[in-house]
Design a protein around this ligand. Structure first.
Ligand code: FE2
Length: 180
């Protein structure tokens, strides 16, 4: 399956809401207070809330404001994962998963750029937002059910603190950011 097809297939997540809730619960159990995994889970929840805010209003100005909020948290979080966590996955023997994770986030960035070009008052905008939400929801599930859990389990203890510091450093670049 090509990478585009995989993204399209991800529009309707294969996993159920119960599967996603169970994965989130297990990942929370594996995380320690303040570690990189707990930060990631917090950011996943913020991303889900930003999607919810964007899709739950018909007001174009409200949609635009929510889209900008979503753009900042999604870009900050994905850049931090791409700079710190996916390279660590590749380094711990998970090159295939790391490659897929990079690809999926690249496509989400492409789709978010396309969303920015659409009229927030249009049905097209809402359809695009839902397409991205489906793909991101599935991506988050893959991270919480396998990819990041495996990294938490497999990365040497000495690396875990460094991953936390570097992930926090990267995400901090976007905290308090505003999109024009
Ligand atoms: Fe993530």
């Amino acid at each position: 399956m090509s990478f585009l097809d995989r993204i399209v297939a991800a529009v309707t997540p294969l996993e159920s809401a119960e599967d996603r809730a169970a994965a989130r619960h297990n990942a929370r159990q594996a995380a320690e207070p303040g570690d990189w995994l707990s930060l990631v889970l917090d950011h996943h929840e913020q991303i889900e809330a930003a999607f919810e805010k964007a899709r739950s209003t018909d007001d174009p100005a409200g949609r635009l404001a929510a889209q900008k909020e979503l753009m900042i948290i999604l870009t900050g979080h994905s850049n931090a994962e791409e700079s710190v966590l996916y390279p660590a996955m590749a380094d711990s023997g998970e090159k295939g998963s790391a490659g897929l994770a990079f690809e999926e986030q690249a496509m989400a960035k492409v789709q978010m750029a396309l969303l920015e070009k659409l009229d927030p008052a249009s049905q097209e905008w809402l359809d695009k937002l839902e397409h991205i939400r489906g793909a991101v929801t599935h991506h988050i599930y893959q991270e919480e059910s396998h990819w990041l859990l495996e990294l938490k389990r497999d990365a040497p203890a000495a690396d875990q603190a460094r991953l936390t510091a570097r992930y926090a450093e990267e995400i901090a670049r976007y905290e308090g950011a505003e999109l024009v």
